[in-house]
Design a protein around this ligand. Structure first.
Ligand SMILES: [Mg+2]
Length: 351
């Protein structure tokens, strides 16, 4: 992969034309300017050579994650601005590093836009990335651009570091308690408000729409929890509690029982649900894209983890259920202990 190379030559005559040379150069200049500011620690060579040259912390383990955002699938330009798209591309990758308790460090960006690309859009997209990245000391060190036949494609790869053993999805044990940071349902509520054209209706709908368009990764919380005693498994909530807890169960060979009345539902999501005649618990459990952290921990440590996390970061940690030995997937129960059906959450390539 080129390091912020110009758009690749077309492989076939029938391929869409590349942007004019002036546009190519302008794009590269824009990208260099947009990413120049930042914490260059560990960067021997950033943008401008065949590869970036990076100097990892001695003895640290390297974490690597990538996320592909496609117009019409992951975002809609009807309401996501270029800044929002850049911000989200960075935030979802930061969240994956947070989920392993890591320090995010260096990002690479693949970008394809229909020709002719609007330089202001590109500048705004990189500005969104930079503003999401800078508080965490992350810098863009390379990437590639191309013409897209239709729609925007943004692929961001993020490298991070961990000094010990990252908490994996496979670490859950029978008897563990299941807990989540923060409150759930905000992103799905924001998407519902956007789809209904009611973003500007109330402070709650604006806050939830913003949570959907510019999510905040729990980086400090992930680092604290990733180093804390008693955390056995951890991941971030991207596909929804139902689907993501299912991933933990499958990887750990266990089952899970969740008390739906203990699931922390965002107040703004409740307010939007009332206005739209929707069920906020469905958003909290099946909605996805909240980018909170989901963990399982030794039962004896749960209280100390919640207290410690609040003191260290201000974030809440709420116990919502228990890991069971029986491999029965994720079971939801009401306050009386009766099973209730809940949405399955987001599955990739669902038929
Ligand atoms: Mg993840």
């Amino acid at each position: 992969m080129g390091n912020a190379d110009p758009p690749s030559p077309s492989p076939r005559r029938s391929s869409p034309p590349d942007p004019s040379p002036a546009t190519e150069l302008e794009l590269i200049r824009l990208i260099r300017t947009a990413v120049a500011a930042g914490d260059a620690t560990g960067v021997v060579m950033g943008i401008g050579d065949d590869t970036a040259v990076l100097e990892p912390t001695p003895r640290a383990r390297l974490l690597a994650t990538t996320d592909l955002l496609i117009e019409g699938v992951h975002f809609r330009r009807a309401w996501a601005t270029p800044f929002d798209i850049g911000w989200k591309a960075m935030a979802v990758n930061l969240s994956d590093i947070a989920a392993k308790g890591g320090r995010p460090r260096w990002a690479l960006v693949g970008l394809a836009l229909p020709a002719p690309a609007n330089p202001a859009d590109v500048a705004s997209l990189y500005d969104g990335m930079r503003q999401a990245a800078t508080p965490h000391g992350v810098i863009v060190v390379g990437g590639d651009t191309s013409v897209s036949p239709a729609g925007w494609f943004v692929n961001l790869t993020l490298l991070g570091e961990h000094d010990g053993s990252p908490p994996l999805r496979s670490g859950a044990k029978p008897g563990d308690l299941i807990a989540v940071t923060g409150e759930l349902g905000r992103s799905a509520a924001g998407l519902a408000a956007l789809e209904a054209g009611r973003r500007a209706e109330s402070p709650a709908s604006e806050a939830c729409a913003l949570a959907h368009l510019r999510p905040t990764a729990r980086v400090a919380e992930g680092r604290w929890l990733g180093a804390a005693a008693g955390v056995h498994a951890m991941m971030d909530l991207s596909d929804g509690l139902s689907a993501d807890l299912g991933h933990v169960c499958r990887e750990s060979g266990v089952g899970a029982r969740v008390a739906v009345d203990r699931v922390p539902v965002d107040g703004g999501a409740r307010e939007i649900a009332r206005a739209l005649g929707a069920e906020p618990l469905d958003w909290a459990i099946g909605g996805g894209e909240d980018y909170e952290l989901l963990l399982t921990c030794a039962a004896a440590e749960a209280e100390a983890l919640a207290d410690g996390l609040r003191r260290a970061t201000g974030a809440t940690l709420t116990v919502i259920g228990e890991i069971e030995g029986l491999k029965a997937g994720v079971v939801f129960v009401d306050a009386a202990g009766h099973r209730v059906a809940m949405p399955a959450g987001y599955e990739h390539f669902r038929a």
